[in-house]
Write a protein that binds this ligand. Structure first.
Ligand code: GLN
Length: 442
């Protein structure tokens, strides 16, 4: 099985592969084979092939973040989430193509070539975890581990018709996930079934002394997600659906899904929420500020592709300007600007205050409803090449995913309801309810 999937990955034309972990995968697969031939029983995940977005450390493997800066960088240690999967016997096949440092919504901001959509290769694979979603959709991996800061697991899952979960912030350790925007970075599984998402989520969850934002969570059992009697009320945001920016088919399909839910005896409430432009600008202000700070360590001194110049200052400047992509530089410049004197009160602090208001709004909503339902995107996947021409339009296409990230809530994309799926969201640490509702909707 492992050899077969490695062969599929090697010959695929969707640009999903940054590096293959074939030696490691075959060595681990052999151990499982030996166990089976001896008649030893094996665990649920033993021998199951999976993929890893190329922003996770796996000791001794290339971790490039799809960037020129780190194209020769090898991880010195293994991320906690990945180590837990390895301990459970899962077999890592591939480091997957993505937008560089998670910066993007199309997986075109990469030195490995634009990821092509699994359903229609003329369209983008979505981003930033595009390679991960396409690998699952094409059955090259059984599941993949993406990273979601503002939608990067949920949106590509929606673009490729698979499931993708952004768990509650802190449920899974970020140790060994290359930091983009630390206050919303989440480890997220992509798979073809709710059950696979549940199993992988359980394995990766838990408190980690190496990430002080993690908390201890209880296991979500198979039986717990089968009964839906705790779900009485569902809400949706009026302004998302009434917006001029939404594709008319996505709008009518979403409203049809709402009618079906009502027909199942669930009460549905239309809720007020922040305008899309406010959500997108709050998210990008904070994400750019955090990434400018996080990426300041990449100056060619300790890591990466150093380009020598006349003096140290010039070496830093040339290393960074030659090796970061246009999109990444746009974010670093924007982030440093909103953090600088004269701008930070007006922009950065305002962003922080808005984030608090958004979280309070969610708290209020979850006193009234059990679940919030939303389309994943206002638009269908663009053609390859289009997003690069208009970065602002690309940012605006994140309108429905970034709010849930700022709220640090658990949100799952399910491949149904609209052309790019539906997002199911519950209150903080209620990941179980999200999976339960997904089962109920099936
Ligand atoms: N598209 C969003 C951004 O570029 C989200 C990316 C992500 O979640 N890594 O910031």
């Amino acid at each position: 099985l492992v050899q077969q999937r490695l062969d599929l990955l090697k010959t695929n034309t969707h640009n999903t592969v940054n590096s293959l972990l074939d030696t490691l995968a075959l060595e681990l697969a052999k151990k499982v084979d030996d166990k089976i031939s001896k008649g030893t029983s094996i665990g649920l995940l033993e021998g199951i092939p999976f993929g890893i977005k190329d922003v996770y450390m796996v000791q001794g493997t290339y971790t490039t973040a799809s960037s020129d800066l780190l194209k020769n960088y090898k991880s010195a240690y293994t991320a906690t989430a990945i180590q837990k999967l390895l301990d459970a016997g899962a077999i890592p096949l591939v480091k997957e193509n993505c937008d560089s440092f998670g910066h993007g919504s199309s997986s075109e901001n990469t030195i490995f070539g634009a990821v092509k959509n699994a359903i229609n290769p003329e369209l983008v694979g979505g981003g930033s975890s595009g390679g991960s979603a396409v690998n699952v959709a094409k059955d090259f991996t059984v599941f993949s581990i993406g990273g979601d800061t503002g939608g990067s697991v949920r949106q590509p899952a929606g673009y490729n018709n698979v499931y993708g979960l952004k768990p509650t912030y802190g449920r899974i350790s970020r140790y060994g996930l290359m930091a983009y925007a630390s206050s919303t970075d989440c480890v997220g599984p992509i798979a073809k079934s709710i059950e696979d998402i549940r199993i992988v989520l359980n394995i990766m969850s838990g408190k980690d002394v190496k990430d002080q934002t993690t908390y201890a969570s209880t296991e979500i059992t198979h039986d717990a997600i089968l009964c839906s009697d705790t779900i009485k009320t569902v809400g949706y945001f009026k302004n998302f659906i009434e917006s001029d920016a939404i594709d008319s088919q996505i709008k009518s399909d979403f409203l049809e899904s709402i009618e079906k839910i009502k027909a199942k005896g669930i009460e549905v409430k239309a809720l007020d929420f922040f305008e899309s432009n406010t959500l997108v600008s709050t998210y990008y202000t904070l994400a750019m500020a955090e990434t400018a700070s996080n990426l300041s360590r990449l100056d060619g001194t300790n890591y990466g592709n150093r380009i020598e110049s006349e003096n140290l200052k010039e070496t830093y400047a040339v290393t960074r300007s030659e090796n970061f992509s246009e999109e990444t530089k746009r974010r670093i410049v924007g982030g440093n600007q909103v953090l600088s004197q004269g701008f930070s009160d007006e922009i950065y602090l305002k962003g922080l205050a808005l984030r608090d208001s958004i979280s309070e709004n969610f708290e209020k909503d979850f006193n009234e409803v059990d679940i919030i339902l939303s389309p994943v995107t206002p638009n269908t996947p663009p053609k390859i090449g289009d997003s690069l021409k208009d970065p602002l339009a690309m940012y605006l296409s994140d309108a429905y995913t970034v709010g849930f990230s700022l709220g640090q809530l658990p949100t799952l994309t399910v491949p149904q309801g609209t052309a790019t799926g539906l997002q199911i969201t519950a209150a903080k640490n209620n990941d179980e309810l999200v999976l339960k509702f997904a089962n109920f909707l099936k």
